[in-house]
Design a protein around this ligand. Sequence first.
Ligand SMILES: Cc1cc2nc3c(=O)[nH]c(=O)nc-3n(C[C@H](O)[C@H](O)[C@H](O)COP(=O)(O)O)c2cc1C
Length: 439
Amino acid sequence: MTNKWGGRTSERGQGLVLGLLLGGTGQTKKPGRDGPTDNLLDITAYIEQAQQAERGKIHTIFLADALVTSETAPKPGLEPVTLLSALAALTSRIGLIGSISTSFTEPYNLARQVLSLDHISGGRAGWNLVTSSAGEKNFGKPLPAHDDRYAVAEEFAGVVQALWESWERDAVTYDDSGRQRVDAKKVHRIDWSSQHFSVRGPLNVSRSPQDKPILAQAGSSNEGRQLGARIADVIFTTGLTETEPSIELYKDFKQRASAFGRSPDSIKILPGVAPVIGSTDEEAHRFWRDVIDDIDFEEGRKSLASQFGGVDFEGIDLDDEIPLQDLPQTADVQGRRSRFGVFRNLVETGKVRTVRDLIIYHSSGAGHWFPIGSVENIADQLQDRYERGATDGFNFLAFTLKYELGLTAVTDHLIPELQRRGIFHHDYQHETLRQNLGV
Ligand SMILES: Cc1cc2nc3c(=O)[nH]c(=O)nc-3n(C[C@H](O)[C@H](O)[C@H](O)COP(=O)(O)O)c2cc1C
């Protein structure tokens, strides 16, 4: 039997949803080594990646963000909505999702920025809600504790959603000569008042071409899961190395969504994946070894600290065992709780033993799953996870796609293989991101 894309019918209806996290390589490389650009100001590189992803029919690009730069290793970068606006003008079908913090911005500003991007792109914008785990010193107020950040985020998202709905769908019409008419009776105040926010509305941008911009969420702690399950269209998770826990995480999000009265299909779970792809398994392993040879372990040690809830690895020899007893309990971490949990679990289960192992692991996938193998082998592994109910799709991590062909291995080799298998679309079916995601 064939499906609507001409491939073998998969057990699962819609096919994979694929995203691509844009960025530089993120690798802590030895100085003087060539490789993909690390220049996060290089608009040409972003344009090329976005257009290549669009040629590969990837549903959406995604830009991460932080409101702080390291003092010991400062790195310049671009603000996501500004960058996505430029990319909107140079692409036509791919989604444009950017991270914005609920801890250090105002809902009215955010609602306006993202909805403007949505109009500029013809209905392709999305907001990845993050609560931030750093940056407070730039805003003159303390970083709220983990669970408090989510309480604010929940109210914040409520305000944004209400503002996005403050214009009825037909509030703006055009007559035959193209003259715009706005029906003021269809533009409403929201009169929002809650513990943290007081917002009158209406927004000064009209209704979205896709009804509302896409809302993504990227935290997997208990609080993150509750919020995501209640309101998000897309969940970005840390791709786990093992399949069974991935299935559990997937089921948990879907069950929580059902408990909020939502259809499980209306929320797409997209774990991060950083595949190392070769023409053969042997070649893929060779690429991976080359990358390990290039790691600057002292730089890597520094970048680990940010993921480890303040645990300082400075005094520990690279080949010493990681002292599990010195690591905090996951539930006590105030920063990126679920990502820390992924790393702690690797140490607990003995998959990662030494500081060197941990840096290799971190450099390979930034904590996300990094399968290594031929195109067919990687396609088998992605298909297996999809068909076993571990995921609705994947979010490829461009900054780790530094292996030989990099993004081209995904767009020109892996994706055609997934299409041949009938588990990925051959073209965008709709104009807007919301329709293309099926949410
Ligand atoms: C794929 C992915 C992308 C993320 N992108 C960002 C980001 O751009 N900015 C940010 O501050 N946090 C980002 N995060 C972190 C989460 O939003 C969240 O703050 C963190 O995981 C802590 O949430 P938790 O405690 O619920 O796990 C990302 C997480 C994942 C898995």
